[in-house]
Ligand binder design. Structure first.
Ligand SMILES: C[S@@+](CC[C@H](N)C(=O)[O-])C[C@H]1O[C@@H](n2cnc3c(N)ncnc32)[C@H](O)[C@@H]1O
Length: 266
């Protein structure tokens, strides 16, 4: 794993870095099977609705990805990149995350180049990648996601593709509860603030997650010279009974939990 001295660019990055460092062990104990942590080749689910890249091929078919340079942002223990590197052995895959502890869970038995970095200061040259993707990584956590979209446009080659999954923007209006309490809207969809936690004694920021409306996410992409190809809003599968944090069959049958954006750089 490489290190880079831009792994903490502001108080939001510092807070999220220490939060994910502290949570890494627990996160992998809770979600190990979904993440494929124990599987040498990882797993590539796009979302708690359990859509697998093997079935969707959102990144492209294996033969189309041969020799391509691919970047995963906020990769955590890189289950998706590890799966992809096994599926397409001749692609050049790089993953980065701000949390060293999340990266540590990736182990070493794979061909993915991993490094520690902050999404707000990418340590890559212009036009470096054919494809950038993310599965709930970095994008929902940075303070300035518009600037992040510009950064991603910078490191992508013209015609390159960006594909990322995040919590569906409409989930913001409900309490983070998988049960009935999570069915009643309590927060304005139009409030583009974020959810933050602070240390009671010092007042220091300890966790931050941001909300953008669907329109704002699309505008950030367009302003960064992307053409939006598709937004997927996966339905909850009938036979999926597992609850993942605030994602549950109860809520999933009523409204979307995930949005997957697919865009091409002009
Ligand atoms: C929900 S986890 C998802 C991890 C991984 N994509 C997965 O599917 O298991 C979010 C990840 O985003 C990372 N992250 C948060 N802010 C970041 C930033 N500014 N730069 C890079 N990574 C960041 C966290 O450290 C964490 O590993």
């Amino acid at each position: 794993m490489g290190t880079h001295d831009t792994s903490e660019t502001n108080e939001f990055s510092r807070a999220n870095r220490s939060w994910w460092d502290l949570d890494a062990q627990d996160y992998h104990e809770r979600h190990g099977s979904y993440l494929g942590t124990d599987h040498p080749h990882g797993e590539f689910y796009w979302c708690p609705e359990m859509l697998h890249e093997r079935d969707l091929r959102l990144l492209g078919r294996p033969q189309e990805l041969r020799n391509k340079k691919i970047l995963e942002i906020g990769c955590g223990s890189a289950p998706c990149s590890r799966w992809l590197s096994h599926d397409v052995p001749d692609a050049f895959i790089t993953g980065f995350d701000i949390s060293r502890e999340m990266l540590r869970h990736a182990g070493t038995n794979h061909k993915v180049s991993l490094l520690q970095a902050d999404a707000m200061a990418l340590p890559f040259q212009d036009n470096s990648f054919d494809l950038v993707f993310s599965v709930f990584g970095a994008i929902p956590f940075v303070e300035n996601s518009a600037a992040l979209m510009q950064e991603l446009a910078r490191v992508l080659k013209p015609g390159g593709r960006l594909i990322f999954s995040i919590t569906h923007p409409m989930r913001w209006i409900f309490p983070d509860d998988p049960g009935p309490a999570g069915l009643t809207a309590t927060i304005s969809y139009f409030d583009q603030g974020g959810y933050v936690e602070e240390d009671e004694e010092t007042g220091q920021l300890t966790y931050a997650e941001q909300h953008r409306t669907m329109g704002a996410r699309i505008k950030e992409l367009i302003d960064a010279s992307f053409v939006l190809d598709q937004v997927l809003e996966p339905e909850w599968p009938q036979d999926l009974t597992e609850t993942w944090g605030q994602w549950s069959p109860l809520r999933g049958q009523l409204f979307p939990g995930t949005a997957i954006f697919i865009a091409t750089l002009n």
